[in-house]
Design a protein around this ligand. Sequence first.
Ligand code: HEM
Length: 203
Amino acid sequence: MLEWFSTWSVIKASGLTSYLLLFLSVSLGMFSYGKLMKPNIRGSLLIMHQLSGWIGFLFGLLHGLVLTIDSYQPFSYKDVFVPFAAEYHPLSSGLGTIALYLFVIILVTSDWMKNFGRKVWRAIHYLAFPAFVLSLVHGLAAGSDTKQLWAQLFYLGTAVLFLIFVYIRVQYAADSSQTSQESASTENLRRARTKSAKRSGQA
Ligand code: HEM
């Protein structure tokens, strides 16, 4: 039992939990805004989206902090918080650090959305997509479990689902912008006709 419960197992478990929760958060986020879902479902999705984002980030932070007390492969605070400073897997560890920073920026700006304005918030919020991809590459490249079949299927499954959700979201955004363009031009045509009918009535 004690053998199983090592700092290394906490590092691995918290990394995987963080990745899974951030996958959930990014996925739920794609369906929590816009009119793709009914308003009552959207409300619940939004709560789960925000909650999984914050808890996922906290697990990511725990994952980084436990690395500093690990005796087998110790990390300094600099290794954890300065991208690419670690000697162990410098590139993939650095991607994990950048993902962590991107997620904290996204979460903080969301909670203070009113201070930033919707346009700035939206631009920052879209960083969730590269942040998730960085977490995926980081987990795949740095993780010692990547050799295991279950871990490979886990990363593959989440990556495929992520791509499907992005496709649905982009497709929906394109359809709704076409519909709003069409309804705008129908409205313009209606106004022009009313105007010309009024003019011919006056003549
Ligand atoms: C949101 C941020 C992060 C996420 C989602 C994340 C996720 C993951 C995942 C899924 C793994 C694979 C675990 C396994 O194979 O069992 C992993 C491993 C690892 N991560 Fe992170 N990580 C993040 C941040 C960081 C940071 C800031 C560092 C510090 C530089 C870091 C360093 C490592 C290291 C050294 C490993 C290898 C552990 C092993 O041997 O399995 N990660 N991470």
